[in-house]
Design a protein around this ligand. Structure first.
Ligand SMILES: *[C@@H]1O[C@H](CO)[C@@H](O)[C@H](O)[C@H]1NC(C)=O
Ligand SMILES: *[C@@H]1O[C@H](CO)[C@@H](O)[C@H](O)[C@H]1NC(C)=O
Ligand SMILES: *[C@@H]1O[C@H](CO)[C@@H](O)[C@H](O)[C@H]1NC(C)=O
Ligand SMILES: *[C@@H]1O[C@H](CO)[C@@H](O)[C@H](O)[C@H]1NC(C)=O
Ligand SMILES: *[C@@H]1O[C@H](CO)[C@@H](O)[C@H](O)[C@H]1NC(C)=O
Ligand SMILES: *[C@@H]1O[C@H](CO)[C@@H](O)[C@H](O)[C@H]1NC(C)=O
Ligand SMILES: *[C@@H]1O[C@H](CO)[C@@H](O)[C@H](O)[C@H]1NC(C)=O
Ligand SMILES: *[C@@H]1O[C@H](CO)[C@@H](O)[C@H](O)[C@H]1NC(C)=O
Ligand SMILES: *[C@@H]1O[C@H](CO)[C@@H](O)[C@H](O)[C@H]1NC(C)=O
Length: 449
């Protein structure tokens, strides 16, 4: 084994020292920030591996090793000591919005009011529905203008804040109530907290057991919103015509939005099986999570999507999604299904996806404590950042900060698979949860006229 490692180490050094014709030349290998590949074991680890490592000569050996890190340094921007976060949206003035899936949390949409605390946004009233459960309709939540369970908060290309409400609160820490129309909604706010629109959905667009998860906006013309339905029962996309408020579904049951049934991911090196909190507590494959993250290409021509539990990336031309399936447009659903492009595997699996103005599609890579980026010109997933501190990059948000403040990718790191839901009721997460940012070349893709 030691011999094999030494051989590999030498081969890697040789490959790296070449300037062309190496398989590692594209796009950039090793990724920026990777420690010097010529480091010796003696420099890299305090204790040499047990065994022949006692040989003092070996401390000079160039044995290739993995530091778990590459790319620009990530910057910790927020430590969450209170609620467990999912979403992040950043305005160009640097205001940072976040959201909390709601059980008994007193607010679900928030703004940072210090580097370690959050406040209800736009205010407590918006975050306080009259009830969560409908006592006269057991198992169901209620219809309300107020925010029930905000799964995602997105700042659009003209600095407006959108809250995507699943309408399905968790009750007693275990299950989600079913939604009724008027519960699930998309609410738009100006930065000053004034709301300007609320879109709700008929029960044949967002079902009682749907789970609307994340959203992206194309503000050109009248505008469209594209939403994932991550329910394993109804994986699909939901499209909203922002001008008319009409909404419809696409890609129902398509593989592009459907979990891989035999998915076994690896987190921090450990193969992971889903151990649900709900009786009979039988261990399952990590396969209950459909399309979650979503990105709109910078030019607005494609929606990129991947099921949370799948290592395949897909995209579909938005021209097909904009067609509302109906009796006057009876082929629209079929044509959208047939228009999906399979982009192949992307070397991991993602929760959040995001775009920047140069056209990159950022993809979380939960199994590698990383975020990568897909280059549509080459069809290759390029390394971007990796750090042991990235413990489930849940949601990604690119922003161009005003007054030369720079361009950044912000992301939450929330240890999702360590939560009680996934661990038979035991909470293996440790506070604080984190939000990081990292500089990007491209800024926000504004997707406006
Ligand atoms: C690694 O060592 C080799 C051999 O000494 C040298 O040619 C090469 O430039 C070194 N690479 C780096 C990145 O320092
Ligand atoms: C190797 O190193 C370990 C830890 O320093 C020590 O306990 C052990 O006795 C050493 N073995 C030999 C053969 O020197
Ligand atoms: C932030 O908001 C929370 C909730 O309203 C409040 O308890 C806390 O005092 C605020 N902290 C700061 C620093 O303003
Ligand atoms: C509660 O359920 C009853 C019975 O289905 C229904 O009539 C009522 O509108 C529901 N209330 C709310 C606030 O959703
Ligand atoms: C939550 O649990 C309490 C105590 O077991 C129970 O009384 C209540 O009905 C439960 N709520 C719902 C909506 O199931
Ligand atoms: C809220 O729910 C969490 C998880 O179910 C539980 O640990 C916590 O004690 C609850 N807090 C309150 C105030 O009920
Ligand atoms: C909030 O901002 C909107 C858009 O800029 C503006 O029309 C509205 O008057 C503002 N409301 C308040 C209360 O300042
Ligand atoms: C993708 O790769 C091409 C070819 O190397 C390069 O020109 C381009 O800058 C890369 N980035 C994007 C966003 O296309
Ligand atoms: C899961 O939790 C339940 C309830 O606490 C317990 O009875 C069961 O033994 C646990 N199962 C495993 C495999 O740990």
């Amino acid at each position: 084994m030691a011999l094999t490692l030494l051989t590999l180490g030498l081969w890697a050094s040789t490959a790296l020292s070449q300037t062309s014709s190496s398989v590692f030349d594209f796009p950039e290998y090793p990724p920026p920030g990777t420690p010097d590949p010529n480091s010796t074991l003696g420099q890299s680890v305090s204790a040499l591996p047990y065994g022949i490592g006692n040989d003092s000569q070996l401390s000079q050996a160039r044995i290739h090793y993995d530091t778990g890190t590459f790319g620009p340094q990530i910057e910790l921007v927020h430590a969450y000591y209170n609620y467990w976060p999912t979403g992040v949206g950043v305005a160009s003035d640097g205001t940072i919005f976040t959201c909390f899936p709601r059980g008994n949390e007193t607010f679900t949409l928030a703004v940072f009011n210090s580097s370690t605390s959050e406040a209800a946004w736009p205010n407590e009233e918006w975050n306080t529905p009259p009830a969560f459960a409908n006592v006269s309709n057991p198992g169901y939540s209620i219809a309300t203008d107020k925010l029930i369970f905000v799964q995602s908060v997105v700042v659009d290309g003209i600095d407006r804040v959108w809250a995507l409400d699943t309408g399905r609160p968790r009750v007693n820490g275990t299950y989600l109530l079913a939604a009724v129309p008027g519960g699930p909604k998309l609410v738009g706010f100006y930065l000053n907290g004034t709301s300007f629109v609320t879109y709700t959905f008929p029960d044949y667009v967002v079902y009682a057991d749907s789970s609307i998860n994340d959203v992206r906006f194309d503000l050109r013309g009248g505008g469209y919103a594209y939403i994932t339905d991550s329910s394993p029962y109804h994986p699909a996309l939901v499209v909203v015509d922002l001008a008319t408020g009409e909404s419809w579904r696409h890609l129902d049951g398509h593989v592009a939005v459907t979990p891989d049934p035999n998915f076994v991911p690896v987190y921090d090196g450990v193969p992971f099986y889903y151990h649900p909190i709900i009786p009979p507590n039988a261990i399952q494959f990590m396969s209950a999570f459909a399309a979650d993250g979503i990105a709109l290409s910078a030019d607005g021509e494609y929606i990129y999507v991947t099921p949370l539990t799948s290592r395949h990336l897909y995209r579909v031309p938005t021209s097909y999604l904009k067609q509302q399936p109906s009796s006057v447009n009876p082929y629209a659903a079929l044509l959208a299904h047939e228009a999906v492009q399979t982009l192949g595997e992307f070397g991991g699996h993602a929760d959040g996806l995001e775009t920047d103005s140069t056209g990159y599609i950022y993809v979380g890579s939960q199994e590698h404590n990383a975020i990568h980026r897909y280059n549509a010109t080459t069809g290759i997933v390029e390394p971007f950042i990796r750090s042991p501190f990235i413990q489930w990059a849940d949601t990604l948000s690119v922003v161009t900060l005003q007054n030369g403040g720079g361009t950044y990718l912000y992301f939450t790191s929330n240890q999702l698979w360590l939560a009680p839901d996934y661990q038979n009721g035991t909470d293996l997460r440790t506070k604080p949860y984190a939000m990081f940012r990292v500089p990007t070349v491209g800024g926000r893709a504004t997707q406006t006229d």
